[in-house]
Write a protein of this length. Structure first.
Length: 369
């Protein structure tokens, strides 16, 4: 039976991703000076203004405005058509973590920082144990940023999106049906030239030729114009690209965002752990596809429940898989932090092109269990 599934990604200059990047930049700055910093930092971007809010408790003193402007510059925003890192207004509204929450989440108690459900997912569709469409969408978005920064394609702006539709036959990906790329450009960029350059320098570089045929549809800037971008074209908000950050809609999502949160927040750390476990269930041959749910209560150390779904692809009983998980992994917040070594300033590198696409990160390591 044939079916089609579509996945999207965005470039680092997308206004939501700009906010994610600023949030994680601030988080890393605090962790670099105080690894026990408690950070919950969110950013709103719009019309040449950055608003930073949230709760931070740390021994470190950080120039938040400096980190904000540095992050915007690293993305590549300046000038009149988006947001200027030199001239934009930066509004900071930061308070300390609520003492009520701290009662159950300090290191002595070690409880979860909030209630919530977190999902992890893996599939044997690709070598990275991620869905094929997601891998391609991220690689196209990453390449789109690369050709801009290296000036391989001239007159591109930081804002951009990609979208890929994969055709499946009997649950196997067989071809790319549609490719959509929208990218910010200068006023004078010729659309036909852009289409040729995107095909040659982005699509052909990132998608294997055997996945594209004469019926594959390619759409580039389908409205015909994309000049005003970033926060000037649309407001941005930390955490609004949670599906892009995770599995592209192939798996469920608990709702919690990642960026700007230190690892005591199980929204982030437990989601990373759930991915690690799901990936290793597939990598160890216990299933071809796996989704895991972990649930937590605020101030309580142990997860309330562990759920494993293998979509009838398991090679051993699901009950045995759950026992293996319980015997191998400490799923308390502190246990996860220690196992994955999460108190380091590593988060800025996770922000873009998926939190589960970088093989050097601890939760992506393959182990035997």
């Amino acid at each position: 039976m044939k079916r089609y599934f579509t996945v999207e990604s965005v470039t680092e200059g997308h206004p939501d991703k700009l906010c994610d990047y600023i949030s994680d930049s601030i988080l890393d700055a605090y962790l670099k000076k105080d690894s026990l910093s408690r950070v919950g930092c969110e950013v709103v971007a719009g019309k040449n203004t950055i608003f930073v809010t949230g709760e931070i408790t740390s021994k470190a003193t950080i120039d938040i405005e400096k980190e904000v402007r540095k992050a915007i510059k690293e993305i590549g925003y300046f000038g009149d058509t988006d947001i200027d890192y030199k001239k934009c207004e930066v509004i900071i509204n930061i308070s300390k973590q609520s003492p009520d929450i701290a009662l159950g989440t300090n290191d002595e108690v070690g409880g979860a920082g909030d209630q919530g459900i977190m999902f992890g997912y893996a599939t044997d569709e690709t070598n990275s144990y991620l869905p094929l469409g997601l891998v391609i969408a991220h690689s196209l978005a990453k390449r789109l940023a690369e050709v801009r920064k290296k000036d391989i394609i001239k007159n591109l702006g930081p804002d951009g999106k990609t979208e890929v539709t994969i055709e499946y036959d009997n649950d196997k990906p067989i071809r790319v049906d549609t490719i959509l790329i929208s990218t910010q450009t200068s006023e004078d960029k010729d659309l036909e030239t852009l289409k040729q350059e995107i095909k040659q320098e982005v699509i052909d570089k990132e998608i294997p030729l055997d996945l594209i045929d004469e019926e594959t549809k390619i759409l580039v800037n389908p409205t015909g114009r994309f000049v005003i971008g970033g926060p000037l074209g649309d407001s941005g908000l930390t955490g609004r690209k949670i599906i892009v950050d995770t599995y592209g809609g192939y798996a469920r999502h608990g709702g919690g965002a990642f960026s700007g949160k230190d690892p005591t927040k199980v929204d982030r750390s437990a989601a990373y752990m759930a991915r690690h476990i799901a990936k290793n269930i597939v990598a160890n041959g216990y299933a071809k596809k796996c989704e895991i749910e972990l649930s937590y209560a605020i101030g309580i150390k142990e997860p309330i429940s562990i759920y494993v779904e293998t979509f009838n692809t398991n090679t051993i009983p699901v009950e045995e898989i759950i026992e293996k998980i319980k015997n191998k992994f400490d799923l308390t917040p502190l246990g996860i932090i220690n196992y994955l070594d999460l108190r380091k300033p590593i988060y800025k590198k996770t922000t873009n092109y998926g939190h589960f696409t970088k093989s050097d990160l601890s939760w992506e390591k393959i182990i035997k269990f």
